[in-house]
Write a protein that binds this ligand. Structure first.
Ligand code: BLA
Length: 311
């Protein structure tokens, strides 16, 4: 007699297997990134006491201007984690996931960064523990956080190869662990993406548990400023802006970016985008609208297999 089998985490692909025949059919509904968020939060709660962030009151769910797109926001904090937040966007044709973790400035742990964009034809994926401080091979920061977990990158290197040229400026926000990739949807890829996400997340969670509080005020200041620079960049230049603007309108999109997604950009420092990225200043003193000054670069992965930057 036939058996119906499905594979997690997205039970969308079913195979009907009988003795001599194999039928396979697909129920058209793609990934749901909400399950990714729930699994990460479940893992977190096993190890860490999470509190609901005050942001959760103002951001829980929204509907796009099209009336069809749902945005779901989740936000937590812990004694060490300043903000652990998730945004999942879904409609019939597109799914977006943006999950990030930012530490209190007393800790120099990297920033957890998962950004997945899925449409009918394609997936655009960035999964990384973004470094808080400058990485060059043999710096203490690289040694402290990355050298001992490069096996995670190797595990997924084949199924998720380098995604090709990207905005040149982005590279300095990425670590040698980064999974930057594009692919067309399949059950296999989405299942692998789910395990990669959880594996990167577990590595980050472990770092947040092991890290000790920085006592040196100058170091705490350096951590705060580095996080602020990162937030300032993403609040201004993240590739998701266009879509958020289309879904929510200019004002709501900007508020979501500055108050929720990259919260801290208004609080951690008074420095401006131009203070950090003066090359974007136009003649009249404004911020250049261009996404990039450098342009698209890095056709191939700029780190060797040991994590050494090779440009
Ligand atoms: C594309 N998203 C991209 C690209 C990157 C990222 C590298 C390829 C285009 C490029 O080179 O800029 C992601 N870039 C990042 C991340 C960092 C970075 C995570 O510098 C961190 C430092 N993506 C999202 C969200 C949306 C989204 C929330 O994370 C939508 C709301 C959409 N990303 C999106 C779309 C594209 C994209 C539509 C394709 C359009 C484009 O290439 O500009």
């Amino acid at each position: 007699s036939p058996v119906l089998v499905s594979s997690s985490p997205n039970k969308t692909n079913f195979k009907l297997i009988s003795k001599n025949q194999r039928f396979s059919f697909r129920i058209v509904s793609a990934v749901s990134y909400k399950e990714f968020a729930e699994s990460a939060l479940e893992e977190t709660r096993k190890r860490v006491v999470l509190e609901t962030s005050p942001l959760q009151e103002r951001y829980s769910s929204m509907t796009g201007l099209d009336g069809k797109t749902e945005l779901q926001m989740l936000a937590f904090k812990s004694s060490k984690i300043r903000l652990l937040r998730s945004m999942a966007i879904e409609n019939e044709t597109m799914q977006v996931f943006d999950f990030a973790g930012f530490m209190e400035p007393e800790y120099d742990t990297p920033i957890f960064c998962a950004n997945f964009f899925t449409s009918a034809n394609t997936n655009i994926v960035v999964l990384d523990l973004n470094p808080l401080h400058q990485l060059t091979d043999k710096t203490d920061y690289q040694e402290k956080y990355y050298n001992n977990i490069m096996s995670i990158y190797h595990k997924y290197a084949e199924i998720f190869p380098w995604g090709g040229k990207l905005t040149g400026e982005s590279i300095k926000f990425f670590s040698p662990l980064v999974m930057w990739t594009r692919f067309s949807s399949s059950q296999e890829k989405h299942t692998a993406l789910f395990s990669a996400f959880l594996e990167f997340y577990q590595a980050w969670l472990e770092m947040t548990i092991q890290v000790t509080e920085e006592m040196e005020p100058s170091q705490v200041r350096a951590n705060r400023e580095a996080q602020h620079k990162y937030l300032t960049w993403r609040a201004q230049k993240d590739p998701g802006h266009g879509l958020l603007r289309k879904l929510l309108g200019e004002t709501k999109a900007k508020e979501l970016l500055r108050d929720f997604l990259f919260n801290g950009v208004n609080e951690l420092s008074t420095k401006t985008f131009i203070d950090y990225f003066p090359e974007y200043q136009t003649e009249d003193g404004n911020v250049n609208d261009k996404r990039s000054i450098i342009g698209k670069s890095f056709e191939t992965r700029p780190w060797d297999s040991t994590g050494r930057f090779i440009g």
